[in-house]
Design a protein around this ligand. Structure first.
Ligand SMILES: [Zn+2]
Ligand SMILES: [Zn+2]
Length: 448
């Protein structure tokens, strides 16, 4: 039986990461992890699937993710599991499962991995998506969300992505009710003119209406009552502290009263980073497009839903697919090479004939152990072709094994700049090469 042709492609909303895009992805991940570690976060890896109830209870029954986007499946044993749609809930679950309450608080964790949502694929959005997530657990002061925002802001700066930060507060149990009431009576007046989804959302949770992306709903969103006008004194003081941190850290922000984020677990601070992507249109004018690349907030009630315990916390995630797509667009060929810079080969290994080819196999391993970055061509057989490739790569030295050298166990070391050659026994050649490479880097020469 043969697999049908249309099934020999990745499922909709997924893709293979290969080549340059994967190199950029890994570099972005590396930078994010390095910065998070520097700021005291430790890594956690939670499983790719969890119990379904974990999410339906904590994200909110009426959220888009729980209603339409979760990949839920039954195991043979009858358990209901789900491919994790986000990172915060599993990390809070892990916090309690491993008794992290007994550690010095707060606990700072980061997770870098794949998450899954059944969404309609669009630019930079996939059904299996990569997210770099940080969480600060056990801290009720504003320094928690300020630290998350700060780490993200440093990551974007380091990546060379121009972003703007949007902030809002959603209040807490004390004050959110009165805002919700106002919001409900405001939207009731306009219910007829809203989109189909908003009519439904209105009955379930009026806050969700501020999340709507439909054009018809925008004018109502703009005039909707803002949470900021209804926050209680404690929430106001907390938010003020967040803003003071932003000023102290010199992170510019914009208040956005419509920013609600998708999940029920958020309280008080929510934030979003938007990438400002400049493109030049055909007529030469510049256009700035905005793409949300990160978001998060505080979630002081989430732990109560999960374990009946109090655990204040704040966190957020960076969408890696989008960040990588921004960089792929922004960087030209040289920029990408510079961004993903790998150690370039310093030595080219040239072999002539079958016996020489056989000899190079062991030699390559010796060179690897000596940590000498190496290039070679298995397809080219002529010395001229191989030398041409070596100078194209800009290596400093070539090692040449011909018929004669293969027989007597020697090797030719060629300085590519001067063209000078010397014949040496293999082990001496490696020592010599190590010394020469060390000298040339000590001279301050740039080793390609
Ligand atoms: Zn709508
Ligand atoms: Zn409040």
């Amino acid at each position: 039986m043969k697999v049908k042709k249309e099934l020999l492609q990745t499922p909709r909303g997924t893709r293979d990461l290969i080549g340059e895009e994967l190199e950029i992805w890994k570099r972005v991940s590396g930078i994010a992890e390095e910065i998070a570690r520097y700021y005291g976060f430790s890594e956690i890896q939670t499983p790719h699937f969890e119990h379904s109830e974990l999410f339906s209870a904590s994200l909110g029954d009426t959220t888009d993710v729980v209603e339409k986007q979760m990949y839920t499946f039954k195991t043979r044993g009858g358990d209901s599991l789900v491919l994790r749609p986000e990172a915060t809930v599993p990390i809070v679950r892990a916090y309690f499962e491993h008794g992290m309450q007994s550690l010095p608080q707060p606990v700072l964790l980061y997770e870098n991995g794949s998450f899954f949502r059944h969404e309609s694929p669009q630019r930079g959005r996939f059904r299996e998506f990569g997210q770099f997530d940080v969480e600060i657990l056990g801290e009720d002061l504003a320094v928690a969300e300020a630290t998350v925002i700060r780490v993200f802001s440093i990551i974007f700066k380091e990546l060379g992505i121009d972003t703007s930060l949007e902030l809002n507060t959603l209040g807490d149990k004390e004050c959110r009710g009165s805002w919700r009431k106002e919001l409900t009576s405001y939207y009731r007046k306009h219910l007829e003119k809203l989109c189909k989804d908003c009519k439904r959302r209105f009955k379930e949770n009026p806050m969700r209406l501020l999340d709507c992306k439909e054009a018809v709903c925008q004018e109502f969103k703009a005039k909707a009552p803002q949470m900021l006008e209804y926050v209680c004194d404690e929430c106001k003081a907390h938010f003020k502290e967040v803003l003071e941190f932003m000023d102290a850290l010199e992170i510019p922000y914009r208040l956005n009263g419509n920013l609600v984020r998708g999940f029920d677990y958020y309280t008080r601070t929510v934030f979003e980073f938007v990438a400002n992507i400049k493109t030049v249109k055909e007529d030469g004018t510049e256009e700035v497009k905005n793409l949300s690349v990160a978001g998060g907030g505080r979630y002081d009630y989430l732990a109560q839903v999960l374990g009946g315990k109090d655990l204040p916390g704040a966190g957020g995630g960076i969408g890696l697919d989008r960040v990588v797509s921004v960089l792929m667009e922004k960087l030209d060929e040289n920029g990408r090479e510079e961004f993903t810079k790998k150690e370039k080969p310093k030595v080219f290994l040239i072999q002539l004939g079958v016996a020489a080819k056989r000899r190079t196999l062991g030699l390559m391993e010796d060179l690897r152990k000596a940590k000498i970055p190496l290039a070679q061509s298995l397809s080219k057989d002529s010395i001229r072709g191989q030398l041409r490739l070596a100078s194209k790569l800009g290596v400093l030295y070539s090692l040449i094994i011909g018929q004669k050298e293969a027989l007597d166990g020697s090797i030719i070391l060629r300085d590519m700049d001067s063209g000078m050659q010397e014949t040496l026994p293999v082990d001496r050649a490696i020592e010599r090469l190590k010394l020469k490479l060390k000298e040339s880097s000590a001279d301050g020469l740039r080793i390609l």
